[in-house]
Ligand binder design. Structure first.
Ligand code: AQP
Length: 344
């Protein structure tokens, strides 16, 4: 078996309203992993344009996600932080993967079905092909580990299928080109911790999402302490007290969500949270959650606001990061072209 050096890759879309789900499901993990791994963190702006974007807002959102990475604790000197559109090899490899992936595989993707909704005929081709671009994002660096929220699990499985099919279809050429048994690693999804799927504060059956029309459904990383407090206080709950055991959260999605958020923000397990709050009513639990959320998110929001004003700094981080990313990505594309039989 070919052994690949461990490398972490992940991305966040610059589509506005960066929220607690993005933070706990992804960004917090990025911050942890940077201590043990080489990491590449990408603002995936090519993914953003799979749905309509206002150019000025897009530019501002690209800077906002970059500011969030840095404000949360990612070190752009030690690791690579950049925006996808500055590294054309992502789109180039995505085309190759469009020719490797099968239509049947893409037809099974639930995110496309959810996002395209009933008006599927009118969805962009880009939205449909989104998972092949995501596979290219990861594999253009031959990354081995990908921290993501639960919702991205299916796309990660597709990336593994693409890597496998490429390695199999071109096995002879891969060997002839001197790359051994496999050119691409099988990227491992890292979906861990108590908050891999943060739910809407208004409806425990729906994912917390940037595009929810109700701002009360999510806590944005840019919310001030008063807004965070209001949103937590208004979060939907049931009328029972909190249970003392995890089993007591079954069929209580809103309670489970708030307990998961608390556990994740406080670096605890859900069982630990329930051993502290079991038997208490929601008003006292929510008051503790407000204090915790403000303590953890308040400084990030303030730092994001400060960094966002320094556009020259953010743009320079992205430009430097893109150059570093391109050094790796361009080598991969050279290798892939040689494997495919292109003259270069
Ligand atoms: N609710 C969530 N809980 C846990 N993780 C989440 N992620 C997103 N929502 C949750 C994770 O955040 C990372 C970045 O997501 P993204 O910006 O690339 O795209 P997304 O999943 O499309 O974000 P939204 O908020 O869900 O946007 P819309 O409203 O457009 O659908 C990913 O790792 C994702 O898993």
């Amino acid at each position: 078996m070919t052994k690949f050096p461990e490398l972490v890759f992940s991305g966040v879309q610059p589509t506005g309203n960066l929220h607690l789900g993005n933070y706990l499901g992804a960004i917090v993990k990025f911050v942890e992993l940077q201590n043990s791994h080489q990491c590449i963190f990408c603002v995936v702006d090519l993914h953003a344009i799979t749905v309509a974007q206002n150019p000025n807002e897009l530019k501002s959102n690209i800077r906002e996600v970059t500011a969030a990475f840095i404000a949360a604790g990612i070190d752009p000197e030690k690791h690579i932080v950049f925006n996808q559109s500055q590294v054309p090899e992502h789109a180039e490899l995505a085309w190759v993967f469009n020719c490797v992936a099968r239509i049947g595989w893409l037809n099974r993707m639930t995110q496309f079905k959810e996002k395209a909704g009933k008006d599927r005929e009118n969805a962009s081709v880009g939205l449909y092909a989104y998972p092949t671009l995501m596979a290219a994002d990861i594999l253009v660096y031959r990354a081995t580990h990908v921290p993501v929220g639960e919702d991205q699990k299916q796309h990660l499985e597709l990336a593994r299928d693409i890597a496998q099919k490429f390695n199999t279809d071109f096995s002879q050429s891969i060997a002839d080109s001197g790359f051994g048994e496999a050119y691409f690693p099988m990227p491992i999804p890292l979906i861990q911790g108590p908050a891999t799927r943060v739910m809407s504060l208004r409806d425990g059956s729906k994912k917390m999402s940037k595009s929810d029309t109700s701002d009360y459904s999510r806590i944005n990383l840019t919310d001030d302490p008063e807004t965070i407090a209001q949103k937590v206080r208004k979060a939907k709950t049931d009328s029972d007290a909190l249970p003392s055991e995890i089993e007591g959260l079954i069929k209580r999605p809103e309670a489970e969500n708030l307990v998961s958020i608390f556990a994740s923000l406080n670096n605890q397990s859900k069982a630990d949270v329930l051993s502290d709050f079991g038997g208490k009513n929601f008003s006292s639990f929510k008051a503790a959650l407000v204090d915790l959320a403000v303590l953890k998110l308040g400084p990030i929001g303030l730092e994001m606001a400060r960094l966002k004003k320094d556009e020259a700094y953010i743009d320079q981080v992205l430009s430097k990061g893109s150059h570093r990313a391109r050094e790796i990505a361009s080598q991969t594309m050279k290798d892939v072209k040689s494997i495919l039989g292109f003259i270069q």
